[in-house]
Structures are given as C-alpha cells and as structure tokens.
Design a protein around this ligand. Structure first.
Ligand code: PNS
Length: 164
C-alpha cells in the first residue's frame, strides 16, 4: 500500500530532531510531505518561504520527501493531499497533553486521518526550535541542535533583529 504521510509543524527553525523524524518517516512511508504551517499563533522568526527553503536544502537527498506549506486546518490539507497519516514527533511526557488533544480533535474532524507518533531519538529529546532561538539569542552554542545551514540562518536573523 502506498501511504502518504504529512509531517506538519512550525519548523521555526528546523532542528536535528525534526530531521530525525523526517529521516525515519521516509523509511516507513512511500511519500512524506513536510508541511510548514503558515497560520500559527506563535511568535515566529522565519517566514514560511525561509522555513521551506531551509527544509528543502536539508532534505535534498530524499526522493520521497517533499516540502510544502499550508494554511487553515491541517486535516483539510491532509485530505487535499490524499494523506491518511499525520506524523508527529513526541519528545517527552510534556508534549503528550497537547498532542493528545490535537490528535483527538483531528480525528473528530476527519475520521479517515490517523495521527502517528514517532518517539524522537533519545539524543534529541530536549531540543526544540524555541530553545534553539533562546540559546542563540543569548550567544550560546547551537551546533549540536541544528544543521550548519540552519545555524547560519539563525545567526543572520539575530544580527538582523539586533540592527532593527
Ligand atoms: O510545530 P508545532 O508548532 O508544534 O506544530 C503545530 C501545528 C502547526 C501542527 C498545529 O498547530 C496545526 O496543525 N495547526 C493548523 C491549524 C489546525 O489544524 N488546528 C487544529 C489542530 S487540533
């Protein structure tokens, strides 16, 4: 069976934890659509185009991974793409409550779409995009948290925000 999985998120910016989930999902599903959320309530640093460009570069070698963006409800987007799986990474118990609520709500909205959770690799379990931005903005090292090209973009963004 050819199963399409949508891996949605803010990816502001993509971390090594995200890449771990993309890599492992690409071995399980025939097609993985990494979907950058456009309408999020969070305070984002990167535009959807910037987030997509980083993800495209980082996933260039995968033949079954594509990068896209969406606005509106995730389940509408998944339906539109013919995807029956929404992939989410779970880092720790603290993620669970939010993910639980979202998975159930999405199931209620679209019963044909299942949320599948993948445990984030142990060494990535403490990494989040927000932590990356916070550490970097106080001058801390983010080398182990994001790929080099993302580090470059984060530092550029900090410089730009400092000047603004
Ligand atoms: O990386 P994030 O910020 O944890 O991703 C959250 C995201 C974008 C997957 C979630 O907020 C989402 O699906 N937003 C789209 C709007 C939607 O469908 N909301 C209902 C979810 S119950």
């Amino acid at each position: 069976m050819r199963t399409i999985a949508v891996y949605p998120g803010s990816f502001d910016p993509p971390t090594v934890g995200h890449l771990d989930i993309i890599d492992r999902s690409s071995r399980v599903y025939s097609r993985v659509i990494v979907a950058v959320a456009r309408n999020i309530r969070k305070n984002v640093w990167f535009t959807p185009a910037e987030r997509m460009a980083m993800l495209r570069k980082l996933t260039r070698t995968y033949t079954n991974v594509e990068i896209d963006s969406f606005r509106g409800l995730l389940v509408d987007y998944a339906r539109d793409k013919g995807a029956h799986v929404v992939m989410r990474g779970l880092r720790a118990i603290s993620d669970f409550e939010y993910e639980f609520q979202m998975a159930h709500m999405n199931k209620k909205l679209a019963s044909e779409v299942d949320t599948v959770f993948m445990m984030t690799g142990e060494r990535y379990s403490y990494i989040s995009s927000n932590i990356v931005k916070e550490i970097a903005s106080f001058g801390g090292k983010i080398d182990d948290l994001v790929p080099p090209l993302v580090k470059k973009e984060v530092l550029k963004k900090i410089e730009k925000r400092r000047k603004a």
